[in-house]
Structures are given as C-alpha cells and as structure tokens.
Design a binder for this molecule. Structure first.
Ligand code: HEC
Length: 148
C-alpha cells in the first residue's frame, strides 16, 4: 500500500517536472547562433573567455571587492538562471541590476549592453551560450523559466 502511494507520488512529480520543462521559455529557440557566436567573440570573450571558461579564480573578489568574470560553460552558474534573468543581467549590467534591487554596496565588473547590443542581439548571444551547455545543464536551466 505504502509502496503504491510512493509510486503515485513519484509519477506526479515526474509529471510536474515534465510540465515545467514543457512550458520552459522559448526565447532561445530559432535564434541565429552564428551571429550569437560572433557577438560573443567581439563583446564577451575578453572577460568570459574564448572557450566560455571565465577568468582565473572567478569566485574570489579583487582588492576592490569586484568579482572576476564567471565561466558561461557548465562549470559556472549562468545555467542556474532563467532566460529573463540572463537577459536583464546582460542588458542592464551588474550595476544596473544591483541598483534596481537597491543593493548599494555591490560593485560589479559586468558592463551594461543597453544601447550597445539590440534586444535581438542579446538573445542571440545568450542562445549561443545556452547552445554549448550539456543536456543536463540545458534541462535544468530550461526548468528555471516560469510557465507561460
Ligand atoms: C569587462 C568584463 C566583462 C565583459 C566584457 C562581459 N562580462 Fe558578463 N560578467 C562580468 C563579470 C565580472 C560578471 C560577474 C557578476 C558581477 O560581478 O556582476 C559577469 C556576469 C555575467 C552574467 C551573469 C552570470 C551569472 O551566472 O550570474 C551574464 C549572463 C553575463 N555576464 C553575460 C555577458 C555577455 C552576454 C557578455 C557579452 C555581450 C558579457 N557578459 C561581457 C564581466 C564581463
């Protein structure tokens, strides 16, 4: 009996999980990945690394409290965030997001791309980054997007 209930619970959970993945954001779909790769090389690689590897010791802030650029590959935490969060971070920059959240003491090394890249170009570069993630990271990231 107990065993049966657990099985039902488990099936329900898998259903929920599938439902979330099914409703995941579609912002990365049908983007020009080649254009995204070019934008990445021109604008992002200098800090986030040509191979998306990030800067050395990226978890240790420098003497001014500014963090180095994190990797965008599976070893970083970019894939922990929803599409909307990644878009906003790229468009407004670290300082812009901190200001919006009222975090006064946060110093960020992440520039704002508002006015530098169009919204379409920001989605293209993020779609390129996402296209490099292994299946596991891609699925977890997709599940971070709210149903819509
Ligand atoms: C001048 C260096 C620099 C450049 C150029 C740069 N970044 Fe960043 N980026 C950072 C730093 C440093 C962080 C770490 C977060 C912080 O301290 O605000 C970051 C964080 C991020 C994050 C958040 C990642 C996370 O897991 O929280 C995203 C997304 C991001 N960058 C995307 C981009 C994209 C896309 C480009 C190119 C269009 C780019 N960055 C160019 C320095 C840079």
């Amino acid at each position: 009996m107990r065993h049966g209930l657990e099985r039902i619970g488990c099936a329900f959970l898998s259903f929920l999980l599938l439902a979330t993945i099914g409703h995941a954001g579609h912002d990365f779909e049908n983007r020009d990945l080649v254009a995204g790769q070019v934008i990445y090389a021109e604008h992002c690689a200098v800090c986030h690394g040509a191979e998306l590897e990030g800067q050395p010791d990226w978890q240790t802030p420098d003497e001014n409290g500014v963090l180095p650029a994190p990797p965008h590959d599976a070893s970083g935490h970019t894939w922990h965030h929803s599409n909307a969060q990644l878009f906003e971070y790229t468009k407004l920059g670290g300082q812009g997001v901190a200001d919006k959240l009222g975090l006064k003491s946060f110093a960020s090394g992440m520039p704002a791309y508002d006015g530098v890249l169009s919204d379409e170009q920001i989605w293209e570069v993020l779609a390129f980054i996402a296209s490099t993630w292994p299946a596991r990271q891609a699925e977890i990231q997709a599940s971070r997007n709210p149903p819509h």
